[in-house]
Design a protein around this ligand. Structure first.
Ligand SMILES: Nc1ncnc2c1ncn2[C@@H]1O[C@H](COP(=O)(O)OP(=O)(O)OP(=O)(O)O)[C@@H](O)[C@H]1O
Ligand SMILES: [Mg+2]
Length: 313
């Protein structure tokens, strides 16, 4: 099993509110509410822990509402290397209606000072070398620039780590210049940063070639229920997930990323890597949360995944 570091620069407390139907401006009654310590890197860490890996989690946490995070890290046995910053970690509210529609209300995070950014760099200098890979996932907090993220990825690479990246917008645009090892945008995120259409396989393949030339070895493009296209140098695969009933798509992308990393670090075949990752992501959408509770269900989902080579069109 591998030792993996995940970085969540802008984590969140997720409050999921299930309700039959949202009536704006009215008093609404919720059937179920869950609060989770979350953020993309924290989510990826949990799925990787379910797969048996050892995790260190880091990034920035607001010191005024630490409890849910510290409880989770202790429960999961994560090494906690988060830098504490003044203020509260943001809250993200997800209103999940019974027809599957999700309304997100995302709070602002704390302002992260240059001193805190330097403290994180210093911490990573110490701890990064003990890890096999690092996942950098999610948005940037207030005060942190794309250039800083780019420099962070460059430094992590110099420290010998494979960097898997999942972010969007300006942060993704800047981070691509650092040449991470793996990226997992969805089609919209990739189209936005490359400023072109990337729905067709031929457009994706051209985009992937450009990204490979920038040193990005694995380009994993997800497209919701349609599945995922994985371009690595010299090979390209598509996976279609099995049809599942959707409880919530929260954590689908994070689960796919965790599954890809698991396969790549376990030296599974590319076909098996993509099959398992796609099944883990499908499993996430069948739940309000995500994660691998039931190995038998995962095995069954794996059998329903179709993997085929992508031929250029
Ligand atoms: N309805 C679905 N049924 C089965 N699998 C799904 C479904 N939706 C998503 N997935 C799986 O999850 C993967 C990631 O989903 P998606 O492309 O929506 O990621 P994302 O936009 O990054 O999501 P996130 O909001 O988690 O960041 C897909 O490639 C697919 O394998
Ligand atoms: Mg995503």
């Amino acid at each position: 099993m591998a030792r993996i570091l995940t970085l969540t620069l802008n984590p969140a407390l997720d409050l999921t509110v299930q309700l039959p139907r949202l009536e704006a401006g009215q008093v609404n009654r919720s059937d179920v509410m869950h609060t989770h310590a979350a953020g993309k890197g924290v989510n990826v860490a949990q799925v990787l822990a379910d797969l048996g890996h050892q995790l260190t989690v880091s990034g920035f946490l607001g010191e005024d509402n630490l409890q849910a995070f510290e409880t989770l890290f202790a429960k999961r046995g994560f090494v906690d290397a988060f830098i504490r910053v003044p203020g509260e970690t943001r809250s993200n509210i997800k209103l999940a209606e019974s027809d599957g529609r999700i309304t997100d209300i995302n709070g602002p995070g704390p302002q992260v000072s240059e001193a805190a950014q330097q403290a994180l760099m210093d911490r990573l200098e110490q701890i990064a070398p003990g890890h096999d890979a690092v996942v950098v996932a999610g948005s940037l907090p207030l005060g942190v620039s794309g250039q800083w993220l780019q420099a962070l990825i460059v430094r992590l690479k110099e420290l010998g780590l494979n960097v898997a990246l999942d972010t969007s917008g300006e942060a993704l645009r800047a981070a691509l210049k650092a040449g991470p090892w793996l990226i997992k945008p969805n089609t919209e995120e990739l189209a936005e940063v490359l400023d072109c259409e990337v729905v067709s396989v031929s457009a994706q393949s051209i985009a992937a070639e450009r990204l490979h030339a920038q040193g990005i070895e694995h380009v994993v493009i997800s497209h919701g229920a349609e599945g995922v296209n994985w371009f690595s140098v010299g090979s390209a695969l598509h996976a279609t997930p099995p049809k599942v009933s959707v409880a919530s798509t929260v954590g689908a992308g994070d689960s796919l990323l965790a599954g890809m990393l698991h396969g790549l670090l376990s030296a599974d075949t590319p076909e098996q890597t993509l099959r398992t990752a796609t099944a883990i992501a499908a499993m996430a959408v069948t739940q309000i949360g995500f994660g691998i509770g039931d190995a038998a269900q995962l095995a069954q989902l794996e059998q329903g995944v179709r993997v085929r080579p992508l031929t250029e069109q």
